[in-house]
Write a protein that binds this ligand. Sequence first.
Ligand code: GLU
Length: 299
Amino acid sequence: MTPTGRFAPSPSGRMHLGNVYAALMSWLYARAQGGRWLIRIEDLDAMRCPRHFADEIIDDLRWLGLESDGEILYQSERADIYLEAFNKLSAQGLVYDCFCSRADLRASSAPHSSDGTPIYSGTCRLLTPEQKAELLKTRRPAQRVHLPDEISEFKDFTYGVQQCNLLKDCGDFVVRRADGVFAYQLAVTVDDALSGVTEVVRGCDLMPSAHLQIFLYKKLGYNVPAFRHLPLLTAPDGRRLSKRDDDTNMGYLRQHYTPNQVLGIIMNAAGKCLKGEELSLDDCLKLVIAECRNEDRSI
Ligand code: GLU
């Protein structure tokens, strides 16, 4: 299998340094194995993701020298493919209707998972057919996947072995929203699997999602990829990076620096080179190849 990496931005604004860091590292780890690299635009919620944001992201990546080795996928165009996977899960009895509104979820005193999302209490899992029929008269349900009370474990290439109890620490999660739009966890799993992605490289804020995605990989009969979550970069003054910060977004960076200076800034923030160094993509690649040489790639 050709080693394959990917970058999967949500086009909700101009990329900031943290996004570009994820893009660059996913490209470098793929290339360090002689592999290919893909771009996928995660615009599931097409209303909030105007096409010009995606165009800007692709242009910013090209400016740095990062180009997709395959056709760029747009999730907003792939609902039929997600539906097939959704039907496979339904056929296994894994999916149920959930009528809880955002307000219901907020009001419940459920504990929160490590990424801050409330752990779903399972209320709608227990509905009788009569209660469901009654609710269907006035509400459109979302659909959730029913998780088992089981330990999920995987080895992350940066952080080592990760463990959680699927039901207690993550909780049943939405695979299709009430408005019919398929949810992130399902789309990302289907797309990574069908694109032949072998190593998922992304920010560590998505670590808890990996457990849910691995569950879906197995239920859908796909090969599970390797995961490498990245520490989140902070701005030089310690701030968490945000698309709203002007001085770390790509518009600002392109105005004030050359591509090699931006690559140097990212590699420095990641602790991989000295401050003020300018690096070509090739220089960055050499650093990562040296770093990976002794890596244990068993998963
Ligand atoms: N679209 C997600 C984001 O921009 C990343 C998804 C992923 O890499 O799995 O945060």
